[in-house]
Design a protein around this ligand. Structure first.
Ligand SMILES: [Zn+2]
Length: 109
């Protein structure tokens, strides 16, 4: 990778191509501090982009199905109430937007 544009080092090219998108993904995943730290320490942004999104984030709402959303809610318990509810009939945890419990078939009003 010796072919750099004039005045731009390989490290800067790497930062633009790898770290910048990871910073954006960290923000979309609801982890702005990871993104900000990632601006200075690139690996933080890469880790932030790879790890689970917060359950209320744009990324989770757009990309996560039931299983991944449950995982995310488990990882970020403070936000779990916003995306999960407990079925009054069987006490299982289900998606807050669910109309019918997937465990027992209970209809939510
Ligand atoms: Zn149920």
């Amino acid at each position: 990778m010796g072919a750099s544009l004039e005045g731009i080092s390989d490290a800067q090219v790497l930062a633009l191509l790898v770290v910048a998108p990871c910073v954006v993904i960290s923000f979309l995943k609801g982890k702005p501090w990871t993104g900000v730290v990632g601006l200075f320490i690139g690996i933080a942004a890469v880790i932030g982009a790879i790890r689970l999104a917060k359950p209320t984030s744009w990324w989770a709402r757009r990309n996560y199905g039931e299983a991944k959303l449950l995982q995310a809610a488990h990882r970020f318990p403070s936000e779990a109430a916003a995306v999960l509810k407990t079925c009054p009939a069987c006490a299982q945890t289900v998606n807050a937007k669910a109309g019918i419990c997937r465990f027992c078939g209970h209809y939510f009003a």
